[in-house]
Ligand binder design. Structure first.
Ligand code: AMP
Ligand code: MG
Length: 357
């Protein structure tokens, strides 16, 4: 298949040039006709298909090499569409939608018959999100349907934060890639299950527990995602969370502790690996970058603004593959707020290989 590559550049619908409109119209009609289009959202790039068309969902699984029991998130472009896709919508869902939509929050609700089981991985619930990215919203509207869109990476690779990442994984496998530049947040949406008595976070993201609790009171976190290393055997409620994800080709170890000991330990491990003839890389922050002796030392962002760390995480992991490093040592990040979302991804990338110093 020949994958068409198009670029758009607009911050809201009024800014759309004739070219932008043409691209969105074409992409919308591909989606309407059962094809696949990758597009930017504020979290990561999504691989979109008609969420109400089981054949389109099957194509998404095939393009990603994704296990078919790992359900897709359906994207909407207005809050009311929630009622088309889901039934028994609790008050908490309306409250959370009112506060965080459009934005990086996905809710799990009881599905209506209109949503095929191919989209929900066989579940009676459906994941729904109203993204805030102008390109995503324009595309959903242009398609005239609701768009199932997992992250646009090959299953098991880091999620794409640039159109070039999508191209690496999806060229030749999908109809079109819409390049809308680098995404803002860089990690996937927070998933909240609102079908139970108490809302439960199934995947941490930019919208934190504290932010949710400010709207709906007590919120729980699926225990299986806090540290699945310690809780082996506990099955995460979001099926996708059980898969090894985001693993770079190089062997990644996270080193946790006070900054001085972390630097010291990583440098010693780098020296040993180098002596064994290995190519080494260190994932540092702006504040510590100069202190390391790795062959490659990359800053992931600054600790004074955690969102910079989230935004660079996947790009750095992908670059590690391109650079062909054998071993990677990374600093650890705070476990609260956005740091929890970052650590959740980094721990998976490292296969939970952590050294505490
Ligand atoms: P992705 O779109 O690739 O970021 O992945 C979507 C995530 O949402 C996966 O971890 C899925 O397991 C999760 N998910 C989607 N639908 C449901 C659902 N109905 N119940 C629980 N988790 C879901
Ligand atoms: Mg994904």
């Amino acid at each position: 298949m020949n994958t068409k590559f198009c670029t758009v550049d607009f911050k809201n619908e009024q800014d759309m040039t004739e070219h932008d409109k043409e691209v969105i119209m074409e992409a919308g009609s591909i989606l309407k006709n059962g094809g696949l289009v990758a597009f930017p959202t504020e979290t990561v790039y999504g691989l979109g298909g008609d969420g109400l068309d089981k054949k389109a969902s099957e194509k998404i699984y095939a393009a990603k090499g994704r296990p078919s029991d790992n359900p897709l998130i359906v994207h909407i472009a207005d809050i009311q569409a929630m009622e088309v896709l889901a039934g028994d919508i609790p008050k908490t869902a309306w409250q959370l939608a009112g506060k965080f939509w459009p934005g990086p929050m996905t809710m799990i609700l009881n599905k209506k018959d209109i949503v095929p089981y191919e989209t929900t991985g066989g579940l009676d619930t459906v994941a729904i999100r109203f993204p805030s990215h102008p390109v995503a919203c324009a595309l959903i509207k242009a398609s005239g349907t609701y768009i199932a869109a997992p992250s646009a990476n090959t299953s098991g690779r880091p999620s794409p934060t640039l159109a070039s990442h999508v191209r690496e994984d999806m060229d030749g496998k999908i109809d079109m890639i819409v390049d809308g530049g680098r995404v803002g947040i860089g990690i996937e949406s927070t998933i909240v299950d609102v079908t139970g008595e108490v809302p439960m976070i199934l995947r941490p993201g930019y919208i934190t527990k504290e932010m949710l609790e400010a709207v709906v009171g007590h919120v729980e976190i699926d225990p299986a995602i806090i540290d699945d290393h310690l809780l082996k055997g506990v099955r995460p409620k979001a099926p996708g969370m059980k898969y090894k994800h985001y693993a770079p080709k190089g062997d990644l170890t996270i080193v946790e502790g006070d900054s001085e000991s972390v630097i010291d330990t990583i440098n010693r491990m780098v020296d040993i690996a180098k002596a064994e003839g290995k190519k080494t890389a260190v994932i540092a922050v702006d504040e510590t970058k100069k202190a390391y002796r790795g062959d490659i030392v990359e800053s992931i962002g600054t600790r004074s603004r955690e969102e910079t760390i989230a935004a660079n995480l996947y790009d750095i992991l992908r670059r590690m593959d391109t650079l062909g490093v054998d071993v990677i040592y990374s600093e650890s990040f705070e476990d609260g707020g956005l740091g929890q979302a970052v650590m959740n991804r980094l721990l998976k990338a490292a296969g939970h290989q952590v050294i505490k110093v």
